[in-house]
Design a protein around this ligand. Structure first.
Ligand SMILES: Cc1cc2nc3c(=O)[nH]c(=O)nc-3n(C[C@H](O)[C@H](O)[C@H](O)COP(=O)(O)O)c2cc1C
Length: 136
């Protein structure tokens, strides 16, 4: 069964840019090996992450690791739900972390495509991410 989770959170104050970069690289590599796709964004001290894949792996990652990670706090689940198909597999390596300004343009155009998908959550996600990256 496929599952997806989207949350927002606040990054810890002591997280500097090289630690952020390290975290993003770690997530991209780890998720690809576990067939987890999605996006991780950081902007103005906030994270937004959407990830999808095998239900057991997704729940394990969120509840046993991400939620307990002290590099962020105030974690709010935007939605979590079963999905029929993966939405992000077509996008680059499957997992994208955006910290650089120039990466947001391609992400933004990709997310516009998601608006055409027949899923209220994906449309909501697309809008949320768009507002997140346009706040830069
Ligand atoms: C904002 C944020 C997002 C994260 N996202 C992921 C993720 O998508 N995949 C992942 O494996 N770890 C992610 N982590 C790291 C995990 O919390 C945890 O450190 C990591 O999974 C530990 O892996 P290990 O126990 O296998 O060493 C994230 C951490 C933070 C702070």
């Amino acid at each position: 069964m496929l599952y997806s989770i989207c949350y927002v959170s606040t990054s810890s104050q002591d997280l500097n840019s090289s630690e952020l970069k390290q975290l993003f690289e770690f997530c991209a590599i780890k998720n690809i090996t576990k067939n987890i796709s999605g996006i991780l964004l950081h902007n103005s001290g906030n994270f937004l992450q959407y990830f999808e894949g095998d239900e057991v792996k997704i729940k394990e990652l969120y509840y046993s690791k991400i939620k307990k990670d002290n590099r962020h706090k105030n974690i709010i689940t935007v939605f979590e739900k079963k999905i029929d198909n993966l939405y992000f597999t077509g996008y680059k390596a499957g997992f994208t972390s955006v910290i650089e300004e120039n990466q947001t343009a391609s992400l933004r155009s990709y997310l516009n495509l998601l608006n055409y998908l027949d899923s209220t959550e994906m449309e909501a996600l697309s809008k949320t991410v768009n507002s997140f990256i346009s706040a830069r």
